[in-house]
Design a protein around this ligand. Structure first.
Ligand SMILES: [Zn+2]
Length: 410
């Protein structure tokens, strides 16, 4: 294959992905005004539903603007040999290929993040603000960015440097070492994320004694599952939207409840949400997800190891001498159709897991409080009650509210 042809294939992949996403979003938007399914009637009054429909429309328009901006800048970068110029800048700093790789990705990631700041600012302080969700201050917004960059530089930079180094010393076999590194890191993060990373952004406190704690203890005795690591996180610092999640395993397992969730829901409903989370743990979803993502990572790294040193990849992006970082960029684009397919599969599996966790909550606690909590949470985040079927298949990690309610009522 000539570099010229590969260049057009890469462009084709980027454009096709944009067109497909845009089509899918438009398809989804066509259903914004559909009738509310019978099982969800009464969630909103007329005025509230109007508000939720406005929210969907505003977000749809906004995503159209951001994705158009993003594809235009990407195409311009491609057509004007952006990768070649950044490569030249990086080479100007050092002859060490690890340093070059770090500077190269540093520039690209940092620059694209800077370009998207106005959009995330608008999303938080105009759209979310207008609909009453935003609690973030400018100060929190700026510090979140800075902390995010610092973490990216240390963690992302460290991993990238090691992988580049593995490539240097072992070339074709580097994927095995990279896989081992990423696996150890993922397992470590899965276990200690709540202890190491979350505190940089949020305060977590053990759930205090009281009605809720007693109710949870009663439930935990009933199912014979130790639930002593329940934390409340100050999600209200940024947004009124509520959430709960399970993380870690073994001695590190814990359930985190947003303070907004505790404010929005009745005690029974919170225990139902918790029962759903315990369902994920009991059905080993956390372990399965971790193992699957490790397998996928191994597969991706293996394909990467076959392609990354290929001269044509670098030439296609206007760089004469094949190098790891340029190969990685070209590979990332070539691989994106495959990752669309794997994410389709992962989302389908995740939706299956959600049904299982709902069933667990239904059988061990009750469906009624879970239904009412799901409805409240959906209402409070103005979520879409009438999404398009294809859109759900491709993008949803959870079944739709109406699917979950129907399943819980079975
Ligand atoms: Zn779940």
């Amino acid at each position: 294959m000539t570099p010229q042809l590969l260049f057009y294939i890469l462009l084709g992949i980027i454009i096709a992905k944009f067109l497909f996403d845009t089509y899918l979003n438009a398809l989804n938007a066509k259903h914004f005004n559909d009738e509310i399914p019978i099982e969800l009637e009464g969630i909103y009054n007329k005025e509230e539903y109007q508000k939720s429909q406005n929210y969907k429309k505003v977000n749809y328009k906004f995503s159209l603007i951001t994705s158009s901006f993003s594809i235009i800048t990407t195409l311009l970068f491609f057509l004007f040999n952006g990768f070649y110029f950044v490569d030249e800048i990086a080479k100007g700093f050092s002859t060490n290929s690890i340093v070059i790789t770090l500077i190269f990705f540093g520039i690209i990631i940092f620059a694209s993040d800077i370009l998207t700041i106005p959009f995330s600012y608008y999303k938080t302080f105009v759209i979310e603000e207008k609909f009453g969700f935003n609690k973030t201050t400018i100060k929190i917004f700026i510090f979140d960015k800075l902390k995010g960059w610092l973490m990216m530089a240390i963690v992302g930079g460290g991993i990238l440097a090691l992988i580049t180094w593995f490539y240097q010393i072992t070339t074709t076999n580097f994927w095995l070492y990279a896989w081992a590194l990423v696996s150890v890191f993922s397992i470590f993060m899965n276990m200690f994320y709540s202890k190491l990373i979350v505190p940089l952004f949020n305060k977590q406190t053990l759930l205090e004694d009281g009605e809720l704690k007693t109710a949870i203890e009663n439930f935990s005795t009933k199912i014979g599952f130790k639930l002593d690591n329940i934390f409340v996180i100050d999600g209200s610092k940024r947004s009124t939207k509520a959430n709960a999640y399970f993380s870690g395993f073994g001695s590190q397992k814990r359930i985190t409840l947003f303070d907004t969730l505790i404010n929005d829901l009745e005690t029974e409903e919170i225990v139902a949400v918790l029962a759903h989370e315990v369902g994920h743990y009991k059905k080993r979803h956390i372990i399965y997800n971790l193992l699957l993502s490790l397998l996928l990572t191994g597969f991706t790294l293996y394909i990467l190891s076959i392609l990354v040193g290929n001269q044509t990849l670098s030439n296609a992006l206007g760089v004469e001498q094949a190098s790891f970082h340029i190969g990685l960029i070209a590979f990332g684009i070539l691989y994106s159709p495959i990752s669309e397919i794997t994410s389709l599969f992962m989302n389908a599996l995740s939706r299956k897991f959600e049904y299982q966790a709902d069933d667990y909550a239904k059988n061990n606690f009750g469906s009624k409080p879970l239904i009412s909590s799901l409805k409240k949470l959906s209402k409070n985040s103005l979520s879409n009650l009438t999404p398009n079927k294809l859109y759900v298949k491709i993008h949803y990690s959870h079944p739709t509210l109406s699917q979950r309610v129907i399943n819980l009522k079975k």
